[in-house]
Write a protein of this length. Sequence first.
Length: 157
Amino acid sequence: MPNSRFPEFAQTMPSEDLIRALVHGFYAKVRADDALGPIFNRVISDWGPHLEKMCAFWSSVMRMSGRYHGNPMAAHLRLKTVKPEDFERWLSLFSETARELCPEDIADAFVDRAHNIAHSLQLGMFYRPQPRGSATRIGANAANDGTGSLSDEIGAK
C-alpha cells in the first residue's frame, strides 16, 4: 500500500505489478548483456530471491512501502569487477526498460531515482578524495554545464 502521507505522488506511483514487470524485464536484459551479464551471473546463482529483493527495493524507493531491508552500498562494495562505465550501461538498460513498460511520467520517476542511486553507489565505490591542495577533485573533470558523466568525474579509465 502506498504511503498516504504524500497523496500528490499517487498519480506517478507505480503499482507493485508494474514494479515487478520492470524489475523482471530489466534483469532479463542484464543477464543477456555482454558487459553486465557476466558481472551479475558471477555473483547471483539463484535469481528468484534476487529478483524478489529488487522488487522490494524498488517498492521502497518508489512507493515508500518499507519492504526492502538491506544495504545496497555494502552489497555493491563486494563487487570487485564493477567499473564506473558499467553503471552507464546499467542506467541505459534500466531507462530503456522503464520507457518500454511504464507510462512516461512513471518512467521518468524511475529513471530519475535510478540516476540518483547510481550516482550515490559510484561515489561510494570509486571516489577517493585527493590530498588537500590538489587541483583534481570530483567534478573537476566534468563539464561545468552538467554534461560530464559521473565516470568523467571520478576519473574512470
